[in-house]
Design a protein around this ligand. Structure first.
Ligand SMILES: [Zn+2]
Length: 139
């Protein structure tokens, strides 16, 4: 897709330090790593986000991410890793070519999610059931 920095990498018109590639999936080092070993996993075909990606391909992205996570932990001496994706700008997505971050984590690192004020709130079963039904009706 024109104007997509990840498609530029796939075309070879932008540099990347490729960790892994196959016919569907490519993984390369994040240019701005949170910690050393921070890797991005993308589909070769351009999809804006997780919503628009076929399920079997999304599964491949997670499969590769899990394998990479183990390798990254071993390579950098991490204690664990996160796999996550941002879906939409409100969720923090900046590059609109689906990508999974594989981020090594350490026992004493300072990276983390920030919970909203007032968290945690006690939510009753009735409200949880109502929300489950609301979401399920849209699947
Ligand atoms: Zn793209």
């Amino acid at each position: 897709m024109a104007g997509c920095v990840f498609c530029d990498i796939l075309r070879g018109s932008s540099p990347a330090s490729v960790v892994y590639e196959d016919d569907e999936v490519v993984a390369f080092m994040d240019t701005y790593p949170v910690y050393g070993g921070h890797t991005l996993v993308i589909p070769r075909e351009h999809f804006d986000d997780l919503e628009s990606c076929p399920g079997n391909l999304a599964g491949r992205l997670f499969e590769v991410s899990a394998r990479l996570g183990s390798a990254i932990v071993d390579a950098v001496g991490a204690a664990g890793f996160n796999v996550w994706t941002a879906n939409g700008s409100a969720a923090g997505q900046e590059v609109f070519h689906l990508h999974l971050h594989v981020l090594p984590r350490f026992e004493d690192d300072t990276f983390g999610l920030r919970f909203p004020k007032g968290y945690p709130q006690v939510v009753g079963r009735e409200e949880l059931d109502r929300m489950a039904e609301l979401i399920n009706s849209r699947l």
